[in-house]
Design a protein around this ligand. Sequence first.
Ligand SMILES: NC(=O)c1ccc[n+]([C@@H]2O[C@H](COP(=O)([O-])OP(=O)(O)OC[C@H]3O[C@@H](n4cnc5c(N)ncnc54)[C@H](OP(=O)(O)O)[C@@H]3O)[C@@H](O)[C@H]2O)c1
Length: 296
Amino acid sequence: MRDAAFFEAPVPATARVVARPRANAQTGYFAGLVALVTGSESGIGRETARCLCQQGAAVVLNGRNAEQLSQTRQEFEAAGYAVVSCVADVTDYAACEALIATAIQAFGQLDILITNASISQRAYFADMAPDVFRQVLDSNVYGTVYPLKAALPYLTRTRGSVTFISSISALNGMPSGSAYCAGKAAVANLAHTLRLELAHTGIHFGVVHIGFTQNDPNKRVLDAAGLPVPIAHRPPRWQKSQTEVARIILRHIRRRRQRTVISALGQLIVLVHTYFPRLGDWIVLTTIRRLRHFYE
Ligand SMILES: NC(=O)c1ccc[n+]([C@@H]2O[C@H](COP(=O)([O-])OP(=O)(O)OC[C@H]3O[C@@H](n4cnc5c(N)ncnc54)[C@H](OP(=O)(O)O)[C@@H]3O)[C@@H](O)[C@H]2O)c1
């Protein structure tokens, strides 16, 4: 039985993680644990996977692009990390079963699931083809539900930890982000429901609302017709680095937090949305008029 000191915050006895030691167990906060990060061939997911490896976890990498995924895996192997990879579209349940099977075959257990894979958008609702709305929504909702559903029996065995990656744009809604915001808000609510419904399992269910973050230069989101386009303008000084965000995600897991809202802007949105919702809407409507490049 892993020592409760593993967690920074006190946790119920039922929430301790049982770790099966691996032959090549490394040292570090997450040593002896197995983590799966969806959408980890690039971006924040890759940096989160890297931080987990650096802190001793064995990690399952995932994405849809075999070449990019293989490149990331090779980079991690060269650094001496314990990793395997599995090409899987997380909106396909059979592919998610294969993804979880990869984790179990390689490492024998699963302790941490981070559902990070996501497609974003840069399109107003009125212009969006219905299928594009569905693609964005599916990647955020079923891309969260399916890996979790396939992983649940194994996470129950380890009394593991599940983190849904959401966004600060889910806290208040954002013009030109309808399907994305709806999906990110849905998973926040899902975490709350599962925390209650599965309390007896001792599994940790948490949500991290990420704010503006530096992106990979080749990151693309969908336009109204479903074509990949660069994301809208984000002021560089408002952006956290991917490593900073990854470290916050790991702290969230260690403390088994229910919700982490990243960045001062995120905290401000929570405050305004909770106590001054009309003011929040006025600010957004004003920025749409004056700072269109944030949205288009
Ligand atoms: N960057 C930000 O400013 C920001 C802000 C708020 C929230 N977030 C959230 O943080 C997370 C990571 O964002 P990011 O900026 O790192 O995005 P990213 O660079 O676009 O990375 C997303 C990853 O998910 C993978 N992916 C997408 N759809 C998938 C699917 N159906 N199955 C498997 N993999 C899939 C992508 O690879 P393939 O497309 O090749 O499969 C990619 O590796 C997302 O959940 C995002 O919503 C980011």
